[in-house]
Ligand binder design. Structure first.
Ligand SMILES: *Cc1c(COP(=O)(O)O)cnc(C)c1O
Length: 401
């Protein structure tokens, strides 16, 4: 569909806006996978991916989405019959646990509900109680995209240490990597996973698994790993086909090259700072609107809010009415609520989400917030005025460069 009326903006939490540079890099004839070019391109991506994950460990690239990286990480490290602990703070935490369960892994879920971050002390207690050291890994979600809760991965790592427990720490950074600050090595995560289509601004289809030496040793101790998910042949091979267990995802690799160039030209620190300031503007608007009535942020404590996605309560049917109005009248698509069923909201429909991950700047965020405010007014939804002004104040007073 042509857009004579301007670009539509999908402010959803993935897949995210793909920069023109990435699209242009992908717009080319198929390369010859037997020339050095694609091999050199693939090799060049690895150190730049590791700089985004902040790790000196290894990186494996898969042709898959985020769910694939869940399975990849589990396949390399946890055998059927072994156990994992899942501190869940939303749909995605539970999803990773369900996948483990389907793989024959024993899953212990610590359910923190839909609006409370994971409590490292409770994780520590469970690990201390695990006298036989049956729990092989803790599957932590850094940012749960359904609730927009951000968990303290460093504190979870410290909890594992306090319990003097050998469990590996795996972090799902699919929503957060390249948006929320994440420091794999400094925070003590043994494995981190992400996908191409959120902070990395590339179409869905690539998955990334980062792992350190402790995880590499645990992989070596596994008696059997499914060959497609096995990360061993994928790290530093001599032949291109080994990187991907088959044909390379050629066009995605060119796109990813362009996206990593953009991230490192800005610097990962500045990328995080940009997401921080944009998130502050979004929170400021929502907090102001919320003084009027039922609209409110799901994550109460700022430290535990994602800088990549914001989940907003607006009791049914208003969330759906607002999304429909905003899309039809302003060209902005807001995210649906997912997995937010609760006693107060049995259908889970009293929620919308704002995606602000990846290729996003202040005018895009201000556009989204203004569109929401116009929608609240047009539909007569109770709210306090001045949300957009609060957002512009937040941006005007922020120290972002
Ligand atoms: C998006 C997302 C997933 C799932 O990724 P898919 O690419 O849709 O399979 C898993 N976990 C988190 C935290 C996510 O944000």
């Amino acid at each position: 569909m042509t857009q004579a009326g301007g670009r539509a903006y999908r402010a959803i939490p993935g897949p995210t806006v793909v920069p023109d540079e990435v699209l242009q890099a992908m717009h080319r004839a198929a390369p010859n996978i037997y020339d050095d070019e694609v091999m050199d391109l693939t090799k060049s991506l690895i150190p730049d991916l590791k700089r985004v994950a902040r790790t000196e460990g290894d990186a494996a690239i898969y042709i898959c989405n985020g769910h694939g990286t869940w399975e990849a990480a589990l396949s390399n490290l946890v055998a059927p019959g072994e156990a994992v602990l899942v501190p869940a703070t939303g749909l995605f935490g539970h999803g990773w646990g369900r996948m483990a369960s389907a793989m024959g892994i024993e899953v212990q879920v610590l359910d923190f509900g839909l609006s409370t971050p994971a409590d490292p002390d409770q994780i520590c207690d469970v690990l201390k109680a695990d006298q036989d050291r049956k729990i092989k890994a803790v599957l932590a979600t850094h940012v749960d995209t359904s609730t927009s809760l951000r968990n303290d991965v460093k504190a979870i790592s410290e909890a594992i240490e306090r319990a003097n427990h050998p469990a590996l720490l795996m972090a799902d950074c699919i929503a957060s990597m390249g948006c929320d600050r994440f420091e794999m090595d400094a925070w003590g995560a043994d494995v981190a996973i992400t996908g191409s289509q959120k902070g990395l601004m590339t179409p869905p289809g690539l998955g990334f698994v980062f792992f350190n030496e402790k995880a590499a040793r645990a992989r070596q101790a596994m008696t059997r790993v499914s060959p497609y998910w096995d990360w061993v042949p994928r790290v530093g091979p001599d032949e291109l086909y080994l990187y991907f267990a088959g044909t390379a995802p050629t066009h995605h690799l060119y796109g990813l090259r362009a996206s990593l160039d953009m991230i490192h030209a800005e610097s990962i620190e500045r990328v995080w700072a940009r997401h921080e300031h944009l998130a502050q503007a979004i929170w400021a608007a929502c907090e102001t609107w919320g003084k009027g009535d039922a609209l409110r942020l799901n994550a109460a404590a700022k430290d535990h809010r994602s800088r990549a996605v914001t989940t907003v309560h607006l009791p049914a049917p208003d969330a759906a009415r607002l999304r429909a109005w905003v899309e039809a009248r302003t060209g902005v698509t807001l995210g649906l609520g997912i997995g937010m069923q609760s006693e107060d909201d049995p259908t889970g429909e009293g929620v919308f989400r704002i995606g602000h991950m990846g290729h996003v700047n202040a005018h895009m965020v201000l556009g989204v917030l203004s569109a929401i405010e116009a929608g609240l007014k047009a539909l007569g939804i109770a709210h306090a005025p001045g949300g957009v002004t609060s957002a512009t104040d937040a941006l005007a007073h922020s120290s972002a460069t």
